[in-house]
Design a protein around this ligand. Structure first.
Ligand code: FES
Length: 139
C-alpha cells in the first residue's frame, strides 16, 4: 500500500530530484529538519515510488517496455540495441551520468509496441536502427 502523503512531500521530493537527478540522503534530512516532515516518511515515499531514486542517477532515464505486446513485437532486439549503444544494461547508469537504463511493465501504449521512453518522451514502433538517433537527442 502506498504511504499516505499528508505533508505534501511528493512535490518537494520531485523538486529535489529535478535539481540533483536523485534524492541525496543529506538533502532529505535537511528537508525533514526544515519542514518537520519525519525523515522516515520522506524515505518511505522515496523508496515506494519508482519515480524517485536514492542513488545517483543519470540526467535522463531510458525505459524499455517489457510488457507482453512489446515483447511480442521485438522488445529484446530494441533492448540489445540500446544496451550496445549506451554500453550499459538495465539498472545501470552511463559513466558520464547522461543515461540510466531501466525496464518497465506495460506503459499503456501497446498500439505503439515496441515502446521506449526517454524521460517523459514516448518513442513507438521503435526500429533498432533508430536507437542511435533517439539516444543522440538528449544532452
Ligand atoms: S506492452 Fe509495451 S506498451 Fe503495453
Amino acid at each position: 500500500m502506498a504511504p499516505v502523503d499528508h505533508g505534501h512531500a511528493i512535490p518537494l521530493l520531485q523538486k529535489i530530484q529535478d535539481t540533483y537527478g536523485y534524492l541525496p540522503r543529506e538533502v532529505l534530512l535537511e528537508l525533514s529538519a526544515e519542514t518537520g516532515i519525519p525523515a522516515a516518511h520522506l524515505f518511505g515515499l522515496a523508496t515506494f515510488y519508482a519515480q524517485f531514486h536514492l542513488e545517483e542517477h543519470g540526467r535522463h532515464t531510458v525505459r524499455v517496455c517489457r510488457g507482453t505486446a512489446c515483447h511480442v513485437r521485438g522488445r529484446q532486439i530494441i533492448q540489445d540495441a540500446i544496451d550496445e549503444e549506451l554500453g550499459i544494461g538495465p539498472g545501470e547508469t552511463t559513466e558520464d551520468r547522461r543515461y540510466s537504463l531501466e525496464t518497465v511493465a506495460c506503459v499503456g501504449t501497446c498500439f505503439l509496441a515496441p515502446v521506449v521512453m526517454v524521460d517523459h518522451d514516448y518513442f513507438g514502433k521503435v526500429d533498432p536502427n533508430k536507437v542511435g538517433e533517439i539516444m543522440g537527442g538528449y544532452e
